[in-house]
Design a protein around this ligand. Sequence first.
Ligand SMILES: Cc1cc2nc3c(=O)[nH]c(=O)nc-3n(C[C@H](O)[C@H](O)[C@H](O)COP(=O)(O)OP(=O)(O)OC[C@H]3O[C@@H](n4cnc5c(N)ncnc54)[C@H](O)[C@@H]3O)c2cc1C
Length: 524
Amino acid sequence: MSTYDYIVVGAGSAGAVLAGRLSEDPSVTVLLVEAGGSHRNLKVRVPAAFPTQFKTDLDWEYYTEPEPHLDGRSIYHPRGKMLGGCSSMNAMIYIRGNRADFDGWAKAGATGWSYDEVLPLFRRSEANSRGESTYHGSTGPLHIQEQRSPNDVSRRIVEAMVAAGFDRNDDFNGAEQVGAGFYQVTHKRGKRWTTADGYLAPARRRANLTVMTQAQVLRVRITDGRAVGIEVERKGKQQFVQAAREVVLSAGALNTPQLLMLSGVGPADHLSEHGIATVVDNANVGSHLMDHPLVLLNWDTTAKGTLAGAQNPLHLLNFLARRRGLLTSNVGEAGGFFHTRPDEEAPDVQVIAAPGFFKNHGFDTYDKPAFSMALSLVGSKSRGQVRLNSSDPRAKVATTFNYLAEQADLDSLVAGVERARAIAAAAPLHGVTGAELNPGAEVRTRAQVEDWIRAELQHTYHPACTARIGTEQDGVVDPELRVHGVEGLRVADASVFPTITHGNTHAPTVLVGEKAADLIRTTK
Ligand SMILES: Cc1cc2nc3c(=O)[nH]c(=O)nc-3n(C[C@H](O)[C@H](O)[C@H](O)COP(=O)(O)OP(=O)(O)OC[C@H]3O[C@@H](n4cnc5c(N)ncnc54)[C@H](O)[C@@H]3O)c2cc1C
């Protein structure tokens, strides 16, 4: 078959949700096209193993252009290339964001996206192990559970946060986001649970859903202002597949703007540099790129039970036989949110604490017991862009995040480092905290801390906003996710966020998938 009613490009946090939902209607046909393959792999299933996916076939393996405010460093950016997309690779922390994020979106023109309007969709998506409540759903496709074998060191870190002045918070997705506690995770009985598990696996029995894997979409074909289908490459062969109703791009915040530009939708001068004929001149495509910069602090510890030694085969046996033990850890088990900018409604810094040594995306190892605190700047203000390196769809895009372009971002991280040090020194950790490994005791003055941040800064793997909701002048899609200037083309993934949410980005991207399904179903 080479015509489908709907073609969804990319089977990630939003695409798998959207294809699953659209195919609930037996009267329509849906094609889901995914560049990667299966996610059935122990590196995906075993929560603690997520960093072992990096720089493998499961990873798009991006690198930024030299970052101007990070001493010209090029930063590694993994992205999941498989069914489930980044939901099959991520650290599984389930955070929706702050009420102010969605209300801010709606206030800025994203009609229909206020907190009160999106809450029912978050609830619909969720099978929360805590059951039904004002904030949570219990019958949705996405399993959200407590850590199955929470680490004692993580418990100490939460207690130390409380001793250092945090309120205890048992539900960051409830009434209040600020405070300290354990994260709920996208797990089912200790195993990772992806959007491919929740939304695609049950849908794949449906005759009206076709899932094409190992198939890279090269561009959308736009004829007379209408998206008529996609050009796709599979096993070295190219084919055209027609869309009778709509094409939806869900290829993620780096690949979706690439596909738009390859299809002639983007900044006209940039497209012409690459010999691409402009269909719609829109400078917002690939612009406004946002992420959450992150720094990692590490300490030696004398506490027992850290992730050191998790590679011991006994832990794998425990995982395989009982789905318990160290390998069920998502590494960033606990933490919380706090303000360094009291004038802002949402907290700007997130602590992601790990009962083990974690540095350089997990590539740097340390064989002694340690714990880590990552500071993720969820209130980041700096913006960058995605541009084409080439008109060849197989080439990687050129991304510049401009991390720390805004002084406010650096200020918040400096304040965050001070707070993290206070947590490590607080009573519940004090007796078991050893040497500060990173940044290290010698990094004390503000200038030293700033230099260290610029030298070590990474990110929380959250690119977003590159095809944001807005008007034709300041955005790429309208609040119904329709691409300005093209009929029959929508975007549904983290690219459409008008601004990045204050928290991890998987849950709000699932929301985008759910919302897109409703919007498409009602336009039939
Ligand atoms: C290492 C890591 C850790 C993270 N940790 C967390 C966390 O703990 N909690 C959290 O909430 N968020 C986390 N995130 C972020 C979160 O997972 C992402 O924001 C979210 O998954 C993005 O969803 P998406 O649908 O926009 O894109 P993706 O999930 O990336 O989906 C895009 C899909 O499109 C496919 N694709 C791309 N181009 C093409 C093409 N041309 N043709 C066909 N298919 C294509 C890709 O292979 C991919 O499957 C993490 C991300 C990473 C990488």
